[in-house]
Design a protein around this ligand. Structure first.
Ligand code: ATP
Ligand code: LTN
Length: 333
């Protein structure tokens, strides 16, 4: 039996991923690579929809790749690459733009939210066509499964619609992908505002655990996380959102069950518990940060790894693009 094909992407919009990105997304990428033919890309072209300083974009693209590898995405077990290294993404993106209706693209909630926030004058056309480039990312690799967060469901539905439309107009060309929505249990909240999700665009980074922060900074953030009322360490998201979030983090990183942790901390206060969580997080992240820093020190080595990934990706992408062009009636060269 052939392995199912998986594809996912992450934007290099920040210097560091946070614990939510890892536990909610990258950890599943790592698990999926063992039993699937997985393609993972840093979607640097998508990041151009937000104006970024060129030096910063370059730095963040490399830092994202280094962190993915340090977190366990293994270039020998999957295909890891930068989107801009495989030009077929842009080429198929245009075909997708010519297939999508203006109305259906206008219904994408991510576009509506983001364009509303920045206003029409500051919204680039690329933000509108973003989902069609994303569809190209997925369809080029004939992906069966696309691991993403709930917020991306609509984009995957659009991708399926576009693939189905193309297939029925021009003949079978694309595999129809399915969203592989990550478990709700993997949602990590902000340490200072534990009723909202941990997010890169939070107002304050005090409640965000960044992979590339020093162990000291992260330990301090956990020890000074918001304190709930009461004093027992119990999982109760309504009454103790802060402690529940810390229990989720501890359990996800240590592999121990929440009830086991509740018994261990029975009769002990929040202070003891927070110190233990700080140790667990810091011990987990220390070697990861170290590894990412080492990878970044050898920039040409890292770029060589990404180039190999791009070469592997391109073999698949070229094949899909060639049959797409042929089925559309574009004349062969
Ligand atoms: P922003 O909030 O600024 O949109 P983000 O921090 O949510 O950014 P994204 O780039 O949107 O990060 O997300 C990358 C991946 O990480 C997505 O698959 C998303 O579902 C996942 N993710 C982000 N934040 C969390 C979180 N707090 N808990 C679990 N998963 C998360
Ligand atoms: N839009 C996604 C990132 C993304 C992606 C993809 C995810 C771009 N291309 C292809 C899965 C498959 C996001 O904002 N998380």
């Amino acid at each position: 039996m052939t392995m199912k094909r998986v594809l996912s992407g992450i934007q290099p919009t920040h210097d560091s991923f946070h614990l939510g990105n890892y536990l909610g997304a990258v950890k599943q990428w790592v698990e999926l690579q063992h039993k699937h033919d997985a393609f993972y890309c840093v979607v640097d072209l998508h990041a151009l929809t937000i104006e970024t300083d060129p030096a910063l974009l370059r730095k963040r693209s490399l830092a994202s790749a280094a962190q993915l590898i340090a977190l366990g995405v293994d270039p020998d077990k999957c295909t890891l690459f930068l989107q801009s290294h495989v030009s077929e993404h842009n080429q198929l993106g245009w075909i997708m733009e010519c297939l999508a209706g203006f109305g259906e693209a206008s219904r994408m909630t991510q576009f509506k939210d983001k364009s509303q926030k920045s206003g029409t004058d500051r919204t680039v056309v690329g933000l509108f066509t973003y989902p069609m480039l994303q569809a190209a990312d997925i369809l080029l690799y004939q992906a069966d499964l696309v691991p993403v967060g709930e917020d991306q469901r609509q984009h995957i539905e659009l991708t399926r619609d576009l693939a189905g439309r193309f297939n029925s107009r021009y003949g079978d060309t694309f595999q129809l992908p399915e969203a592989y929505i990550l478990k709700a249990g993997a949602k990590i909240n902000d340490l200072q505002d534990p009723t909202s999700k941990m997010s890169k665009s939070a107002n304050s980074m005090q409640g965000v655990i960044e992979i590339m922060d020093t162990p000291e900074v992260n330990a301090k953030k956990i020890k000074s996380s918001m304190t709930d009322t009461g004093r027992e360490v119990l999982f109760n998201e309504k009454e103790k959102p802060g402690i529940s979030n810390l229990l989720t983090i501890h359990s996800a990183l240590s592999g121990r069950s929440i009830s086991e942790l509740e018994s261990e901390f029975a009769g002990k206060g929040y202070g003891d518990f927070k110190s233990t969580v700080a140790d667990v997080v810091v011990d987990y992240l220390r070697p990861i940060r170290q590894r990412a820093l080492e990878l970044l020190e050898d920039e040409s080595g890292l770029i060589a790894v990404l180039r190999q990934g791009a070469e592997k990706a391109q073999v698949v992408a070229e094949k899909t693009l060639a049959s797409t062009y042929k089925n559309l009636g574009l004349v062969e060269r």
